[in-house]
Design a protein around this ligand. Structure first.
Ligand SMILES: N[C@@H](CCC(=O)N[C@@H](CS)C(=O)NCC(=O)O)C(=O)O
Length: 245
């Protein structure tokens, strides 16, 4: 199996953690989506990561990919057992992927980390402050009401737990951390998810990426133990996002 996409993307990380928990051997082509080549555009029509290639099957979207993995390789299951809990888990995951995606990825991480490095754009601190001081805290209040007091959302670890922890890694990389005094249940729950070995193992790849210049990232990832594909769908110059316009 091949996963196209950088380990730092929360959507890619979700898939990589699922693969690791299921013990599925895979390689990664760790590209930042903006650097995808024409072949990448064919595989990923929205030019987004992750993409999973499993034989002749090409899948887009982390939720679609994780549901495929759970059905094709059910040991251990990463969705709850009952239809009602499965539906609840999908909604929790959707809230993270959409709302935390919008706040943490597009309006915080993209502005503070991606745009300055990839497009040489200065971050708009006033816009960032709206996210960190107003909108993200409102989302955190919603999450805090639903965070489990112990264990995970639906008993055993599921994709929704993993999804939340992935977004908070990107928040941390962009300088925002969960205030444990204000959102104690969420802070403790996310710490439990991060401590799961398959999740904790991803941190060294994140460190390798954020601490090396673009040209040295492959070597840094290999040195950290990542299994990378020889073929890459990346190219040297970035293109504009078709999703951000
Ligand atoms: N719903 C998608 C979202 C994937 C996504 O937005 N990935 C980001 C990277 S974190 C991306 O590829 N962005 C490039 C762009 O939108 O131009 C999923 O769950 O996979």
């Amino acid at each position: 199996m091949l996963i196209i996409g950088s380990h730092v993307s929360p959507y890619v990380r979700k898939v990589l953690v699922a693969l690791a928990i299921k013990g599925l051997i895979h390689e990664v082509d760790p590209i930042t989506p903006f650097f995808g080549n024409d072949e990448f555009s064919k595989l990923s029509p929205l030019r987004r990561i992750p993409v999973l290639i499993d034989g002749d099957l090409v899948l887009n979207d982390s939720t679609v990919i994780c549901e495929y993995l759970d059905e094709a390789y059910p040991q251990p299951l990463l969705m709850p057992a009952s239809p009602a809990d499965r539906a609840r888990a999908r909604w929790m995951e959707e809230f993270a992927d959409s709302r935390l995606g919008d706040l943490i990825i597009w309006r915080l991480f993209y502005r503070r980390i991606v745009a300055p490095r990839v497009y040489k754009l200065a971050p708009d601190e006033a816009e960032i402050a709206k996210v960190t001081d107003v909108e993200l805290p409102a989302a955190m209040d919603w999450i805090e009401e639903r965070a489990p007091a112990e264990g995970f959302l639906f008993g055993h670890l599921c994709i929704a737990d993993i999804s939340y922890a992935c977004f908070f890694r990107n928040a941390l990389l962009a300088g925002w951390t969960i205030d444990a005094a204000r959102w104690p249940r969420t802070a403790a729950w996310i710490a439990r998810v991060e401590a799961v070995p398959a999740f904790a193992d991803t941190i060294r790849f994140e460190t390798a990426i954020v601490s090396s210049p673009m040209a040295e990232r492959r070597e840094a990832l290999i040195a950290a133990g990542a299994k990378l594909s020889e073929k890459t769908y990346g190219e040297a110059a970035p293109r504009a996002s078709i999703m951000l316009g």
